[in-house]
Design a protein around this ligand. Structure first.
Ligand code: DO4
Ligand code: MG
Length: 275
C-alpha cells in the first residue's frame, strides 16, 4: 500500500482507492510500532475518501533527515573513477565499492527536501550537473525499514571530480534532494528486483533515458540501514538513498527547465523540474 502526505492530510492508497489516515502526524506514523498494521486497519475500517483526488501531494517528510549511500552500483564506481582520475580517484572508488563498510554521507536536512512536482536546483558554480535516481528507504526510529520511495540525489560532477573532499558541496545544497511521490509500505522486503528508470525531458523531447534494476545493487538494503544506525540515533526515523546505477554520458549536463522523471516499479514516478 502507498502512503501519501498531502495538503489535505495523509492518505493510504490500496487497489486504486484512497483512505484518510486521521489522528496521526507523519512523524507519529513513521515511528509507530506497526505502521503496516495501522494502515491495514484504516483500509479495513473506513470508507474511501474522495477528497484525495483534489489534494496536492507533499514531500513525504516531516522531521526525517536524508542520508545517502554511494558507489553501490558498478556503474557509479566506474563513472566516478573516470571523473576523478586527475584527482587521484583511480583507486578509492574501487576500494569503497569492494570494501565491507559502505560509503554513507549526509544528504539533506528534513527542511530542505523537495517533493513530487517541486523544483530541484543545479548549483550556479557547477558546470556538470546530473540527477541520480535512487531507491530510498524509510527507516523508523528502531532501525527497521518500513517503506520505500523514489529519490533524486542531485550531484555536481565537476565539483565532486575535482577533489573527493568537495563531496558535501557537490551533494548538499538547496534543492539537491527530492523524494516522492509516496512511500510504499509493505511488511515483506521488496518483492522482486524493481526496475528503476529515468527520463530527462528537454524542449518536449526525451534528452536522456536510462534504466537499471535493484538486482545490480551490490549491498543488501538491511546492511546499509544497519551501518547508518551503528552509531547514530534517529528519534523520528530517517531516509536513506541507496545509490545510483544510472549515470548519463559525460557529454550530458542538466539545464534549467529540464524535467526529470524517476520511476521505480511498484512505487511510482517522481517528477521534478530544474529551476
Ligand atoms: O562517492 C560519491 C557519491 C556516490 C553516489 O552518490 C552514488 O553512487 O549514488
Ligand atoms: Mg547518489
Amino acid at each position: 500500500m502507498k502512503l501519501y502526505r498531502t495538503t489535505l492530510g495523509t492518505f493510504v492508497e490500496q487497489d486504486g482507492r484512497a483512505y484518510k489516515v486521521a489522528g496521526h502526524s507523519w512523524d507519529e506514523l513513521v515511528t509507530s510500532e506497526d505502521l503496516h498494521g495501522l494502515l491495514v486497519s484504516v483500509v479495513e475500517r473506513d470508507e474511501p475518501a474522495k477528497e484525495f483526488e483534489s489534494a496536492r501531494i507533499l514531500v513525504p517528510v516531516e522531521s526525517q533527515d536524508v542520508w545517502a549511500a554511494g558507489v553501490t552500483y558498478y556503474r557509479s564506481r566506474s563513472a566516478r573513477m573516470e571523473e576523478s582520475k586527475d584527482a587521484g580517484g583511480g583507486s578509492f572508488y574501487d576500494r569503497v565499492y569492494s570494501a565491507e563498510r559502505p560509503e554513507l554521507f549526509f544528504k539533506s536536512p528534513a527542511r530542505d527536501v523537495v517533493g513530487h512536482l517541486d523544483a530541484v536546483r543545479i548549483r550556479k558554480d557547477a558546470s556538470w550537473s546530473v540527477p541520480e535516481p535512487e531507491l530510498t528507504l524509510l527507516i523508523n526510529h528502531a532501525g527497521r525499514i518500513v517503506g520505500y520511495t523514489a529519490g533524486n540525489d542531485m550531484s555536481s560532477r565537476d565539483i565532486e571530480g575535482e577533489n573527493p573532499l568537495y563531496l558535501p558541496q557537490a551533494k548538499v545544497y538547496e534543492g539537491s534532494c527530492a523524494l516522492g511521490p509516496c512511500v510504499l509500505v509493505n511488511t515483506a522486503p521488496l518483492p522482486t528486483s524493481p526496475a528503476i528508470h529515468i527520463e530527462i525531458h528537454r524542449d518536449g523531447q526525451v534528452e536522456f533515458s536510462g534504466s537499471t534494476t535493484l538486482a545490480e545493487l551490490k549491498r543488501e538494503l538491511a546492511v546499509l540501514a544497519a551501518y547508518l544506525f551503528r552509531e547514530n540515533k534517529f528519534p523520528a526515523g530517517c531516509f536513506l538513498m541507496t545509490g545510483t546505477g544510472i549515470v548519463p554520458p559525460d557529454s550530458f549536463t542538466l539545464r534549467t527547465g529540464d524535467e526529470i522523471h524517476i520511476t521505480i516499479e511498484g512505487i511510482g514516478t517522481l517528477v521534478n523540474r530544474v529551476s
